[in-house]
Design a protein around this ligand. Structure first.
Ligand SMILES: Cc1cc2nc3c(=O)[nH]c(=O)nc-3n(C[C@H](O)[C@H](O)[C@H](O)COP(=O)(O)OP(=O)(O)OC[C@H]3O[C@@H](n4cnc5c(N)ncnc54)[C@H](O)[C@@H]3O)c2cc1C
Length: 508
């Protein structure tokens, strides 16, 4: 017998297979020893009120063995007569390459940065010595912007494609099976690099190509078709092009603008990373002075409010995480967050951002929003990639912090008023938004250690590359992923990569 059960468990029951099986046996009125396997189908934490519970959907096998949760995808050997040039080895590019192999095309992946192993050393150097490699950093290199991240895989883009396929492909390449059933799955920055290397292994094993330190500087064009790309070292690669270069590749927007490709400026969200002690977030979210106890994971939060019709919200929360310098250019600073798979760090951080519309900024052309956020990043830069920071208590009272608490941000912090480094519109909306979050949390969100670190500017692409319903702008040119303004986050970028290849495959 196989039965699916919706069941509510205590955190202790949910973390112990035997206790879980016991609950199932009681519900099904069967003997515990007859249960051969219990499989998670869905796991979510219900922390709306105390005591916190785990809402579970379980598949219970009685007298028979469990079937795997997902089937591995089969890849074909690449057909060299059907090349596709994929620019960028982020989630959009890598999942485009996997899909290309699945349908027998030959993916040729061109990546400006290094392989993920070397990249790890380059980001360590940036953190410890404040030295940035402009081609190998938190934004550029194998795995793209998501390689050193929390690896959150939650997406609202469920209508854009088969999310479970993306998750299964991650599992097939080394991610834990729990991402298939967690309501808010994540992989973690310690596991992601291995997964990315395994994806590269699949591409190479089936006859695809991956070229590192290969920066694309232009598209090869005939009047009505893109026929390939040209690289900084003069090499050309010919074939239809999936351009998945992410939103930090500002030189790519510049050459597309120069060559007359259709783009438009896009709304974004800008603000700060807010860091708290994780223990405070656990107490706040789990309604308990003891915090998360032995059986619950580090808690996360999500806040949203409106200030004069403008959204202010938390974004990309990293429980047990680190704030990192995610810059890709000298003389300019942007921060972001990442967590290891166990989210075991002592701090919690999250972007707290304010909606910024194209109509809010001085508009000259399609790159105006890009230039606007770049100017904030330049204003925030401090030698050695130190970051401007202010205690949340001081920010709400509008005074400079005379001291700063300890922080996860390795390059170091310098006390600054957020009002001096962020535009008035952003700082003002942020202050009122945070005030609302403090009220909603009955004051718990505010503490002396809570710290604002600026700036969080790269929440989404400031530019959208136009494309038609067939996913291409002109024949042979598929703007793809976050940099094209058609995705936001790891899973939606991966889905967009798959969708571009499907569209290309249909027209090949
Ligand atoms: C620190 C950090 C943490 C994050 N955490 C999460 C998270 O937990 N969950 C989540 O969903 N999202 C997260 N994100 C966002 C997520 O990483 C992006 O949404 C996603 O990576 C976008 O995928 P993409 O493939 O479209 O672009 P990218 O990942 O940006 O990849 C683009 C790739 O193209 C390469 N490239 C650029 N220009 C060129 C060129 N001219 N020639 C050749 N190659 C080029 C780049 O080097 C890069 O590897 C995080 C981002 C950062 C920076």
């Amino acid at each position: 017998m196989v039965r699916d059960l919706d069941i509510v468990l205590t955190p202790e029951e949910a973390s112990d297979e035997r206790l879980m099986a016991l609950s199932c046996a009681k519900r099904l009125r069967v003997n515990l020893r007859d249960i051969t396997a219990v499989q998670w189908l869905r796991r979510s934490i219900d922390s709306r009120r105390a005591p916190v519970r785990i809402a579970a959907r379980l598949r219970v096998y009685v007298g028979q063995s469990a079937k795997p949760l997902s089937k591995p995808t089969c890849f074909r050997d690449a057909d060299p007569s059907r090349p596709v040039i994929i620019v960028g080895a982020g989630p959009a590019g890598l999942f485009a390459a996997l899909r290309a192999l699945e349908i027998g095309m030959c993916p040729i992946v061109l990546e400006r940065g290094c392989d993920v192993h070397q990249r790890r050393k380059d980001v360590a150097r940036l953190n410890r010595e404040g030295v940035l490699d402009e081609e190998s950093n938190y934004a550029f290199g194998e795995g793209g912007a998501g390689a050193f991240s929390d690896g959150k895989l939650y997406t609202r883009s469920v209508k854009r494609g088969d999310v479970s396929k993306v998750l299964s492909l991650f599992v097939q390449h080394g991610a834990k099976e729990e991402i298939l059933y967690d309501s808010h799955p994540h992989i973690g920055s310690d596991v992601l690099p291995k997964v990315i290397e395994n994806i590269r292994g699949t591409i190479l094993a089936h006859g695809g190509q991956v070229h590192f330190r290969t920066r694309v500087t232009g598209l090869v064009r005939s009047p009505d078709e893109v026929r390939g790309v040209v690289c900084a070292d003069g090499r050309e690669f010919l074939g239809p092009v999936v351009l998945a270069t992410g939103h930090s590749a500002r030189d790519v927007y510049a050459f597309l603008k120069r060559d007359g490709y259709a783009m438009s400026a896009k709304d974004v969200a800008v603000g700060v990373r807010l860091e708290h002690p994780q223990s405070l977030i656990d107490r706040m979210q789990y309604h308990s002075a003891e915090g998360r106890g032995r059986f619950l994971p580090p808690a996360s939060y999500s806040f949203v409010t409106q200030v004069d019709g403008r959204g202010v919200y938390s974004f990309c929360m990293c429980p047990g995480g680190f704030v990192v310098p995610a810059s890709s250019e000298q003389g300019s600073l942007v921060v972001n967050g990442m967590s290891p798979s166990n989210r075991g760090g002592r701090w919690a951080d999250s972007g707290i951002v304010v909606q910024l519309r194209v109509s809010d900024i001085p508009y000259t052309d399609e790159l105006s929003m890009l230039e606007y956020i770049s100017s904030i990043e330049r204003r925030c830069f401090i030698e050695g990639f130190k970051a401007p920071a202010q205690r949340m208590t001081d920010f709400l009272e509008d005074r400079l912090s005379t001291s700063l608490p300890r922080s996860s941000y390795v390059p170091g912090l310098v006390s600054r008023r957020m009002d001096d480094v962020l535009p008035d519109l952003i700082a003002g909306s942020l202050r009122r938004g945070l005030g609302d979050f403090v009220r909603k949390s009955h004051g718990l969100f505010l503490c002396e250690e809570a710290l604002l670190i600026a700036p969080e500017t790269r929440t989404s692409s400031p530019v959208r590359m136009e494309r038609g319903p067939d996913f291409c702008q002109i024949r042979g040119f598929y703007p793809c992923g976050e940099g094209a303004g058609h995705a936001g986050g790891i899973v939606s970028a991966a889905l967009d990569g798959i969708a571009c290849i499907d569209a290309l495959g249909a027209s090949y």
